[in-house]
Design a protein around this ligand. Structure first.
Ligand code: TRP
Length: 331
């Protein structure tokens, strides 16, 4: 039997996911489960690089897991777990930190951005975060990592660190490749369509949350920034309209040409309400399922316990091998 390639990815449990997270990441996570062995993680350890309210972080960790399940992650096929439940991540993190150069971490653009935005809390964790992310990946010998553009530099670092470790200690860690999804539409802000949709945006009209109610979704699309031309077609000069069309394309399966034809002779108002309805229709059953799972805490916690156990079985073996290679005494 041919063994499946292993995929690993993670998402931070800070607030609910946006439409952009869904299209760019979570939706694909579900689709990958047939073809790959998938390991998905709620990255709660990454979340504390910026200050969190403990009770909120705890609640949001369960919420993130419930939402992933509602989006179609099957905990029997895939491994779904919470990062802090698998100590091997922190263990490998230290060893890898000693194979990572200060200079290469200094070049990470996300560190530069985040330390500028949180100037009162430029902590060492924020700086070494890419090392923990490398540990997340390498501790499972993952072959492929689906990441968005903002995480590509971190994945590149993980590849370099793995290669360097292998060079010094002999072949130990799998060097992971980026996984680029076929439908990789990058979803932009509804208010400033030159910027990526982000839940940290101060203007709540710029993003759709997966748990927004139907009226909120409709209202936000109605207010989406377009242009003054009034014709529906995709073009780099029309980022607002193109973004709406991309969203509509993902949710209906229609390509851009078909959408253009559908809205021939019609205005942006029609496009906006059609997009809104396609999103409402897709999210409604996910939201129902999310609420059902979240209400069944015993089930949810059982899933996470089982996921952590299966994850630990893989990760502990890798750490043990790494410890042996670097010369840590084993009794
Ligand atoms: N750093 C990622 C983010 O903020 C989340 C993440 C943590 C991750 N560990 C990972 C993604 C490992 C891929 C692989 O989006």
């Amino acid at each position: 039997m041919e063994t499946k390639k292993r995929i690993l990815s993670g998402i931070q449990p800070t607030g609910t996911f946006t439409l952009g997270n869904y299209i760019g990441a979570v939706r694909n996570w579900g689709l990958l489960q047939q073809e790959y062995e998938c390991i998905y993680m709620v990255a709660n350890m990454h979340a504390i690089t910026v200050r969190q309210t403990p009770a909120d972080l705890r609640r949001q960790t369960r919420e993130a897991a419930a939402l992933l399940l509602a989006c179609g992650i099957d905990p029997k096929t895939s491994i779904l777990f919470v990062q802090s439940h698998v100590p091997a991540h922190a263990e490998l993190n230290w060893v890898l930190a000693c194979s990572t150069q200060f200079g290469e971490l200094s070049r990470m653009t996300q560190f530069k951005d985040k330390s500028a935005r949180h100037a009162d809390n430029v902590n060492a964790g924020l700086f070494t975060y890419p090392v923990l992310m490398a540990a997340d990946i390498l501790v499972y010998n993952a072959d492929l990592v689906p990441v968005g553009a903002d995480q590509k530099q971190h994945l590149e670092l993980a590849r370099n660190v793995a290669g360097r470790f292998n060079g010094v200690y002999g072949d130990t860690l799998t060097v992971p490749d980026p996984y680029i999804p076929q439908t990789g539409a990058r979803i932009m802000s509804l208010q400033e369509p030159d910027k990526k949709m982000s839940k940290s945006d101060t203007n709540a009209n710029s993003f759709i949350l997966m748990l927004d109610d139907p009226d909120t979704i409709r209202r936000k699309f109605k207010r989406a920034v377009t242009d003054s031309e009034g014709r529906v077609y995709a073009s780099p000069e029309k980022p607002g309209v193109t973004n709406l069309m991309s969203i509509y394309s993902v949710f209906t399966g229609k390509d851009m040409a078909a959408i253009e034809a559908e809205f021939d002779g019609r205005g942006y108002g029609d496009l906006k309400s059609a997009v809104a309805e396609s999103v409402v229709e897709t999210f409604a059953p996910i939201q129902d399922e999310y609420r059902r799972i979240l209400a069944d805490k015993a089930y949810l916690d059982e899933v996470l316990k089982d996921g952590a156990e299966r994850a630990r079985r893989i990760a502990d073996r890798v750490v043990s091998k790494v410890y042996r290679k670097v010369g840590f005494l084993q009794l």
